[in-house]
Design a protein around this ligand. Structure first.
Ligand code: SAM
Length: 284
């Protein structure tokens, strides 16, 4: 039940909760071969993108998610040069990745080209790096892309996906993580957006189990606030071949040449601090 018809509401059945935005107007709505996409102008959060009724991002708070999905992994890897983003069609993660001067190539594989075209139109600041010569935008299934990738061809793989339903379901499974492992070079890291620690511990546990049985040496979850996602608290899970995820290039973070709004050396450390219930559930 919406507050009134001037609000967009996302109901989260598994959490028994809902989050509403006061809407100024609907800017766009369409059904693509993959999903329904709607864009709203809100009173307080800028523009809002909704896919299949689920909030994807807003102007106001997307920096939290995009920064925490990309920089912790990129500053944990010793020398990341080749990045792959699966999903991420809004291009916010791509923009963060390309802030790293050491990145030589960033491939983005999004299944639905319309997400990117609408983001270019309604979230232009997220797409400001799309013309960077290091970036290549592919439109297709990320699962197949990773299966076909040459062994050792990426340093960091970021899975910026929708929830584990529909075309994204396979992105949360062991065979996909095994293909990622094969596609990663020495010390390579895969990062998966891993839902809410409060509402989705079953999904988080499943990701840890699938990554461990795929053969990664270390799997760790970080967490951060995300007001517009269910429970307001979100996570990303990192898995690394051959070595530990803990430890990062702290001096490089302190001296980084680009601006971030949430990410810094202290939030990097804090994000990996495990609340007791998470440590018990995940065994980390
Ligand atoms: N961060 C957002 C969230 O958690 O709500 C998701 C951002 S991004 C818009 C997610 C993208 O993943 C969508 O655009 C969707 O089309 C894409 N996607 C889903 N399954 C995919 C697959 N198998 N391969 C590539 N992209 C996929």
């Amino acid at each position: 039940m919406a507050i009134d018809d001037t609000y967009f509401t996302e109901v989260c059945k598994e959490g028994g909760s809902a989050f509403s935005f006061k809407i100024k107007r609907k800017l766009h709505e369409e059904q693509t071969p993959y999903q329904s996409i709607a864009i709203y102008e809100t009173e307080a959060f800028g523009n809002l993108m909704v896919i299949d009724g689920y909030v994807m991002l807003t102007d106001r708070d997307n920096f939290l998610y995009h920064e925490m999905l990309s920089h912790p992994a990129l500053f944990t890897h010793r020398d990341p040069r080749r990045a792959l983003i699966i999903g991420g069609g809004d291009c916010g993660t791509l923009r963060e990745v390309l802030k790293h001067p050491g990145i030589e190539s960033a491939h983005q594989v999004e299944i639905d080209e319309r997400v990117t075209r609408l983001s270019e139109q309604f979230f232009p600041e997220l797409c400001m790096s799309n013309d960077d010569p290091r970036a290549t935008l592919h439109f297709g299934d990320g699962i197949q892309w990773v299966k076909d990738a040459a062994p050792g061809s990426y340093d960091v793989i970021i899975v910026d996906s929708t929830d584990p339903i529909g075309p994204a379901e396979g992105l949360f499974r062991e065979p996909f993580y095994r293909d990622c492992l094969n596609a990663l070079g020495t010390g390579g890291i895969v990062v998966q957006q891993s839902e809410s620690p409060l509402y989705h511990m079953g999904i988080l546990k499943g990701i840890h189990k699938a990554m461990r049985s795929a053969g990664y040496a270390d799997v760790r979850t970080l967490h951060f606030p995300q007001p517009v996602y269910p429970s307001g608290w979100w996570s990303a899970t990192l898995a690394r071949n051959e070595e530990s995820v803990s430890g990062f290039r702290e001096d490089a973070v302190k001296e980084k040449s680009f601006a971030t709004r949430y990410y810094n050396h202290a939030t990097h450390q804090g994000a990996f601090a495990m609340p007791t219930f998470m440590a018990e559930a995940l065994g980390t």
